[in-house]
Design a protein around this ligand. Structure first.
Ligand SMILES: *[C@@H]1O[C@H](CO)[C@@H](O)[C@H](O)[C@H]1NC(C)=O
Ligand SMILES: *[C@@H]1O[C@H](CO)[C@@H](O)[C@H](O)[C@H]1NC(C)=O
Ligand SMILES: *[C@@H]1O[C@H](CO)[C@@H](O)[C@H](O)[C@H]1NC(C)=O
Ligand SMILES: *[C@@H]1O[C@H](CO)[C@@H](O)[C@H](O)[C@H]1NC(C)=O
Ligand SMILES: *[C@@H]1O[C@H](CO)[C@@H](O)[C@H](O)[C@H]1NC(C)=O
Ligand SMILES: *[C@@H]1O[C@H](CO)[C@@H](O)[C@H](O)[C@H]1NC(C)=O
Length: 898
């Protein structure tokens, strides 16, 4: 039972893998750490060691030679535990000093304790334990170890756990209660009959920081039939009060473990590792976010595997999201420690991705134990992912720790080098310069044109030599407008002494923005999330950003600046950019080119600070006598989203989503102008089904939607062509002829599989004289009513033409083949509406005839309103039409008299 000696051996705790360049000189009562060089440990734990070879255990100096405190107490009447302790320590001192006050009377057969230790009492007279825990000498099970209490009773915040010898199945809990600023550390040296490792997990018994149910637990755990850990297997917990669970689930004879615990200060430079600068992402096991705000200046941020420098759990995936707020900022990852099992690179590894998710491009993979050189990446999003497989013996793999530094890639020179690298002539052309004499050029001024900077790019005043005044002059080609997005700026001077102004020279030098110092904009907020883009569009082909600064900065890091991205947008080719939108374009049938093509957005630098859902639309607006054909010709990588299926039928292509809503799924959609979907492509869409085309006689939108866009994980690409036709086939037309005919046109286009017709035609039959209208609709097509149909409505005299169709009077479906509708006498105006959404263009003839009053007189009997070849569509003669007939009758009598 007394396994102290046996289990601990001589308390020689050696560590083979100890820090190379660190010497630890450890004395029991005082821990002195001599740091000889940079700390670079593989494994690290709080040193807890006895100070001499002859010491029995952590708290027992010698097994005999001191007075038995409990016998002593009987004489001294000092019963409280504190008194007890002091009494005993006094005795020890006395003994050592050779002053034997009551020497001859004392029984010296009991243990001598070190400072902070208390004798176990009568049951184990030759042992001491930590003061405050002496009641648990023989049965240290289901105990609370409270940092503050132990500090009070024993002067130490570390100690020993020596479990009782249990007969399995059995269970013991140890509640470890750290003080604020402390983490819980456990160093396990010995396991005896504590389950066994089956290659994946522990079976039959284990030792772990519990918390979750057994089945879900994926933290670190230890087990073994007869294990000695040297160095110890170390577990850390940063979760406050932590329960250590010692559980034997199988039958055993004597199960036991030995460990040291320590409440370790987070500020301890070696073992007190704590992730630094980051924010834990709520509701995740071990995900963190880091950004350049939080890791500013010299204070590098630190990341590490869970529980570091303790061992990590099995099947962990921990993500460290790293974001930057400037295009010039780079992320440097420096590994300080790396200890992963060799030859398990497929399960135990660290992967670095460019983006938000592991679906993004993988930039690096780190595994094993060879610390990589510093890794440097550019943002704006880097994902570091730590992956662990099953725990691998000898259970000393403790993962990694690394520091993150954000490197500003920009250097401004305060001494101008090449003052005139711009061509002043370019700027003189600017019409805006006529009014005032052109200002002198400073070395900071810059002309940015497509020729020098490309169609899309970044600008940053800090890339220029310093001058108080700095102008960025964007010059596009004819037909181009300048689209600008500001990412970051900083003006420090007080009371508007520095200014940023955006000028639209073509709009009479209109100022689009004026910012007064002090003012700051950062592309990301404190949480590392991009704030919404701030964009500007010129009316002509020029735009000027003026930066006027009060004076040079004291420190180059404090320079006043502005940065962002630009795009030269050809409105004729790509549509009219809508103000305050990033990517919504309008194409007007009358003013845009007759045909052209549009492509998927997202690769232009303006999108650098877009994160989350991205919608970009092309709105095609045919004139009244026009139609538009829009054909999706190319579509790439819609996603492996199984949440959405594209199903194409006669009524168009639809996105069928499961539980997910369509906003959360990447898709490309054609919509009516009142946002009704016509064609939608998502998920499993097959490129063979292309082209998908639509001919429409009303405005349509092509909406590109990316649920989770980011600069490093852009959305799919597509190309679509459009063609406006002037066919005068639909549109809102008013016919005043009393009798006429309308024919559908037979489109003899080569049909592709997914080519659809979309019609929303509205015709008005108007008459200035009284008449009885008869409308005949004929079709040879045997189609369903949902494919296309013709409806006849009352006229609503409102301003909005689209609303003219009032209450429905009659409906024609293609299967009706032939129908004739007769209307009451007083209905002068009728609205005919044709609706179609189908693969085959509707084929029909609409014929109408009016009978004016004079001719109608002969007929004295009221005719049925509807003469029809089919049943069920007649309207009963209303009393009002009867009255009309009576009126006509009177009229005819009067006429015949005359
Ligand atoms: C410790 O406590 C648990 C439940 O609180 C109990 O099931 C277990 O038997 C106890 N262990 C011992 C050894 O008394
Ligand atoms: C994009 O469109 C969807 C649906 O049309 C809408 O729910 C979402 O809010 C839009 N997102 C943005 C950023 O406009
Ligand atoms: C189409 O309509 C526009 C104006 O609405 C008109 O200028 C044009 O001449 C029309 N074209 C045809 C072929 O009717
Ligand atoms: C429409 O045109 C096609 C091809 O020219 C022809 O085969 C078909 O018979 C036409 N249909 C009608 C109803 O005229
Ligand atoms: C008429 O046709 C349109 C377009 O195809 C369709 O949406 C609508 O449901 C149809 N109306 C009826 C009553 O079937
Ligand atoms: C329907 O078919 C008949 C004979 O096949 C033809 O004479 C008539 O013009 C067609 N009508 C329409 C509206 O296509």
């Amino acid at each position: 039972m007394m396994l102290g000696e046996e289990m601990f051996g001589k308390n020689k705790i050696r560590s083979q893998r100890i820090c190379h360049r660190v010497a630890l000189v450890i004395v029991f009562h005082l821990l002195i750490l001599l740091l000889l060089d940079d700390v670079s440990c593989q494994l690290a734990w709080s040193p807890i060691q006895v100070d001499s070879e002859s010491q029995v255990d952590l708290w027992t100096r010698k097994s005999v030679g001191c007075a038995c405190s409990w016998k002593d107490n009987e004489h001294d009447h000092a019963k409280d535990s504190n008194g007890n302790k002091h009494e005993m320590l006094d005795k020890n001192l006395t003994l050592h000093n050779g002053h034997h006050k009551h020497g001859h009377q004392l029984n010296l057969n009991c243990a001598c304790c070190v400072k902070g230790g208390c004798q176990c009492g009568e049951q184990a007279p030759n042992r001491c334990s930590q003061c405050g825990l002496e009641n648990h000498c023989l049965n240290m099970c289901n105990v609370t170890l409270d940092s503050k209490n132990l500090q009070g009773s024993s002067g130490q915040t570390f100690g020993q756990i020596r479990s009782p010898t249990l007969q399995g199945p059995a269970v013991c809990y140890y509640a470890l209660r750290p003080a604020p600023g402390q983490r819980v550390e456990l160093q396990v040296y010995r396991l005896l009959q504590v389950g066994k490792f089956d290659g994946k997990k522990c079976e039959g018994g284990f030792l772990r920081f519990s918390g979750l149910d057994d089945a879900e637990y994926n933290g670190a755990e230890l087990c073994g039939v007869n294990e000695r850990y040297s160095p110890p297997a170390v577990l850390f917990s940063d979760d406050g009060i932590t329960t250590l669970l010692f559980k034997i689930t199988e039958k055993t004879v004597r199960s036991q473990f030995l460990a040291y615990f320590s409440f370790t200060s987070l500020s301890n430079p070696i073992v007190g590792f704590h992730p630094k600068g980051g924010k834990k992402i709520g509701s995740t096991d071990c995900d963190w976010s880091y950004n350049d705000h939080l890791c500013r200046g010299q204070a590098a941020c630190a990341i590490a595997s869970p529980g570091f420098p303790g061992i990590y759990g099995r099947n962990k995936i921990c993500r460290y999201h790293i974001t930057t707020s400037s295009v010039h900022t780079k992320v440097k990852i420096t590994f300080n420690s790396l200890l992963l099992p060799q030859e398990h690179c497929s399960t135990h590894y660290i992967a670095v991705y460019e983006g938000l998710t592991p679906g993004s491009e993988r930039l690096a993979t780190i595994c094993g134990q060879d610390k990589k050189e510093d890794l440097i990446f550019s943002g704006p999003n880097i994902l570091v992912e730590f992956n662990s497989g099953y725990q691998i013996p000898p259970f000393d793999y403790n993962g990694f720790s690394a520091t993150l530094t954000f490197i500003e890639g920009i250097t401004t020179t305060l001494t101008p080098t090449m003052p005139f690298e711009i061509e002043p002539a370019h700027v003189h052309e600017s019409p805006s310069e006529h009014a005032t004499p052109p200002p002198k050029f400073t070395p900071c001024d810059q002309v940015i044109s497509e020729q020098y900077g490309g169609r899309s790019g970044h600008f940053d005043s800090r890339t220029r030599s310093y001058a108080n005044s700095c102008r960025l002059i964007f010059k596009g080609k004819t037909n181009e407008v300048v689209h600008i997005s500001l990412f970051n700026y900083r003006l420090k001077s007080t009371s508007c002494r520095s200014v940023i102004e955006i000028i639209d020279p073509n709009a009479r030098k209109k100022s689009l923005l004026k910012l007064c110092s002090p003012v700051t904009r950062k592309a990301r907020n404190e949480m590392g999330v991009f704030i919404p883009p701030q964009t500007f569009i010129s009316t002509g082909n020029q735009m000027i950003i003026v930066l006027r600064r009060a004076g040079p900065p004291q420190d180059l890091n404090d320079i006043e600046f502005v940065d962002g991205a630009f795009l030269f947008h050809n409105e004729e080719q790509s549509g009219t950019l809508q103000p305050y939108s990033l990517c919504d374009m309008h194409h007007y049938g009358l003013s845009s080119p007759e045909y052209g093509s549009v492509e998927g957005p997202g690769t232009e630098h303006l999108f650098w600070n877009v994160e989350g859902s991205l919608n970009c639309s092309h709105y095609f607006i045919p004139a009244a006598n026009q139609s538009i054909t829009l054909t999706i010709e190319m579509l790439d990588r819609l996603g492996t989203d199984n949440d959405c299926q594209t199903v194409c039928g006669d009524g168009g292509c639809q996105c069928l989503t499961g539980l997910n809503s369509i906003e959360n799924i990447d898709h490309l959609m054609m919509m009516t102008d009142d946002n009704q979907p016509i064609n939608c492509l998502c998920g499993n869409f097959h490129p063979d089904w292309l082209p998908v085309s639509l001919r429409s006689w009303s405005p349509i939108k092509l909406v590109y939607s990316i649920a989770r866009y980011s600069w490093s994980t852009k959305g799919f690409t597509y190309r679509a062509s459009y063609n406006f036709f002037t066919d005068a086939m639909c549109g809102k037309k008013t016919f005043t002829l009393q009798s006429s005919e309308l024919h559908s046109r037979n489109f003899s286009q080569a049909f592709s599989l997914n080519s659809f017709y979309h019609q929303q035609c509205l015709w008005i039959l108007d008459s200035n004289t009284e008449r009885q209208l008869m409308i005949e609709v004929i079709s040879n097509q045997s189609r369903s009513c949902t494919a296309w149909n013709i409806s006849l409505h009352e006229f609503t005299p409102v301003e909005d033409e689209n609303q003219h169709a009032g209450a429905l009077i009659h409906q024609f479906c293609p299967r009706d083949k032939h129908k004739q509708f007769t209307f009451p006498w007083n209905l002068k105006t009728i609205v005919i509406k044709i609706q179609a959404m189908t693969r085959q263009a509707p084929l029909y003839t609409v014929r109408w005839k009016s009978t004016v009053a004079r001719q109608k007189i002969q007929s004295l009997t009221p005719a049925p309103n509807v003469i029809s070849s089919s049943l069920g569509c007649s309207i009963l003669t209303s009393s009002s039409s009867y009255l009309q007939l009576m009126a006509l009758l009177i009229l005819s009598i009067l006429l015949s008299i005359s």
